[in-house]
Design a protein around this ligand. Structure first.
Ligand code: G3H
Ligand code: 13P
Ligand code: ZN
Ligand code: NA
Length: 280
């Protein structure tokens, strides 16, 4: 069923758990998330990033909208990593409940000004706004201390950013990365997360962590305790799908059904880990 993105996150805040936002590429992905959510009695967020939107077009969004309406549990639809104004303005008309302004490649001032502008437009449409401060660092093993620290979210900037942009959710960079973590494992600055949480809590803004694929369960749980309310998951689900597709099989219906099951299993496991199972 449809629920406002605001209520979805408010419930997570009250319940002390996080909601998974899973990147969608096609029909099987949509069905895998909804099936996992119904099985787990969990809320869920379907998210589409610009590359997937370009590929799947309006039918992909329509598929998410219809699946969300028919789902037995609360499901919302999010535009992930909108990094140009054109992209974001187009996304305003498509049926998303929320969007991310990704100004992480911009300077702080430019990011603030872009997010502020997009936030007015999105709010006028009743959509919630997520933005990112700092920059997700690479997965390189040989990142210097300076390079690592340059990517982290600054606490004072976070406060100013939230006040100026009127945003609803803040994606923070505490050493989290898209895709795989370095072979040495994730280095998350939980002390920084705690400071950022103090700011976002005071302002009534939800804390978001991108790059959840590859984070070990203990670390995920620690992040939830420290206030993360939305985790973005892409790589692990995508890998499950692609690995399954590589298995031999002649009947495409069966191949796709297996691939969907493979995604669903990963998603269900994340829902349990995020504590959203049983919370629909
Ligand atoms: O967040 C943006 C895309 O989902 C990229 O994720 O690092 O798994 O390709 P990826
Ligand atoms: P992962 O690919 O590491 O799960 O990150 C997903 C993400 O942040 C999508 O916005
Ligand atoms: Zn991301
Ligand atoms: Na990751």
């Amino acid at each position: 069923c449809k629920i406002s993105r605001k209520d979805l996150l408010l419930n997570a805040e009250k319940g002390g758990y996080a909601v998974g936002a899973f990147n969608i590429y096609n029909l099987e992905g949509v069905e895998a998330v909804v099936a996992a959510a119904e099985e787990q009695n969990s809320p869920a967020i379907l998210q589409i990033h610009p590359g997937a939107l370009k590929q799947g077009g309006l039918p992909l969004v329509a598929c998410c909208v219809s699946a969300a309406e028919q789902a037995k549990v609360p499901v919302t639809i999010h535009f992930d990593h909108g990094s140009s104004k054109t992209e974001i303005i187009e996304a305003l008309e498509l049926g998303f409940d929320s969007l991310m302004v990704d100004g992480s490649n911009l300077t702080f001032k430019e990011n603030l000004s872009c997010t502020k502008q997009m936030s007015v437009l999105a709010h006028a449409k009743g959509m919630l706004v997520e933005a990112e401060l700092g920059r997700l660092s690479g997965t390189e093993d040989d990142l210097t201390v300076e390079e690592y620290e340059a990517c982290l979210t600054d606490v004072a900037q976070a406060e100013e950013f939230i006040d100026e942009t009127n945003l609803d959710a803040l994606a923070v960079c505490i050493g989290n990365v898209h895709g795989n973590y370095p072979s040495s494992g994730p280095r998350l600055r939980l002390d920084l997360l705690k400071e950022l949480r103090a700011v976002t809590k005071k302002k009534g803004v939800s804390l978001v962590l991108h790059g959840a694929s590859g984070l070990p369960p203990e670390l995920i749980k620690e992040c939830i305790k420290l206030g993360v309310r939305k985790f973005n998951v892409n790589t692990e689900v995508r890998n499950a799908y692609m690995e399954s597709l590589r298995k031999p099989g002649k009947d495409l219906v069966h191949v796709l059904a297996s691939a969907k099951e493979a995604m669903k299993a990963v998603i269900a496991e994340k829902m349990q880990l995020f504590g959203s199972s049983g919370k629909a």
